[in-house]
Write a protein that binds this ligand. Sequence first.
Ligand code: AMP
Length: 291
Amino acid sequence: MAESMDTITSVREMNEWARLQIPGRKTIALVPTMGYLHDGHLSLVKKARLENDTVVASVFVNPTQFGRNEDLSVYPRDPQGDSAKLEAAGVDVLFMPDAQELYGPDYETFVDLERLSLPLCGKSRPGHFRGVATVVLKLFNIVQPTRAYFGSKDYQQLQVIKKMVRDLNVNVRIIGCPTVREQDGLAMSSRNTYLTPEQRKQAICLYEALMLAGRLFATRESDPNTYLQAMKDRVLAEPDARPDYISLVNPETLEDLTTVNDSALAVLAIRIGKTRLIDNMLLAESADINQ
Ligand code: AMP
């Protein structure tokens, strides 16, 4: 019978656990999340379970990555449900600290990426990636993982973390995982729960706009404006949809493309009513259309 999952809430205890893994040289996977888990999160856990000796999942709604007028206080939470799902998925340790445990009253150190954190979500959510990079580096230091798993649904976040790890020589392998979608194509997200049934129907416009970009890429269209117009028209066909951004960027640098050649990232953030949803699709000869 599999051993039951441990839940750890203190940094000291989590550190202690990580130290105990070293003598046996066990590989440690880390899957950082903000909880309210869905099948997208669990796909990361599943991959981590297959590739490592031990799996740590963290559930922490990180206050430093939320702007003042964002949804921190109403962000959906279900610690008991999350714990049951993680245990069933074979997680060894659930790390679930509270905010005081990670940010004391005299906290003052942050990680800032000077270029990658500026466009796209960085523009509409100033300080967001500073909070993300900081908490992820803290989790890396606390858990000491061999590999860490992140979804490409949050593509810019994945790039920011890969770059941080390279720039700061952090000894961890970052594994990007494909986006898990609902049957109609909407990317799974804890924030989908904010949508009314009518808004949920309209939210399909994100995926359909990306599919239009995919079709244009298949015809070897080279003008970014053709893609952007097609995506914008699809999104604006929904009465409650307001684009935050719709972009076609270089998948590495995230800079706007002036012409489309071998690869591009179609990426968008759309407000449906008050709910802000993001999605993206990598356009490349060999790209998995479902990434
Ligand atoms: P979150 O709880 O939203 O911070 O997400 C935690 C991790 O799960 C991040 O690495 C996300 O990119 C990943 N994730 C969220 N939604 C999905 C999805 N639909 N498919 C795959 N991974 C996802």
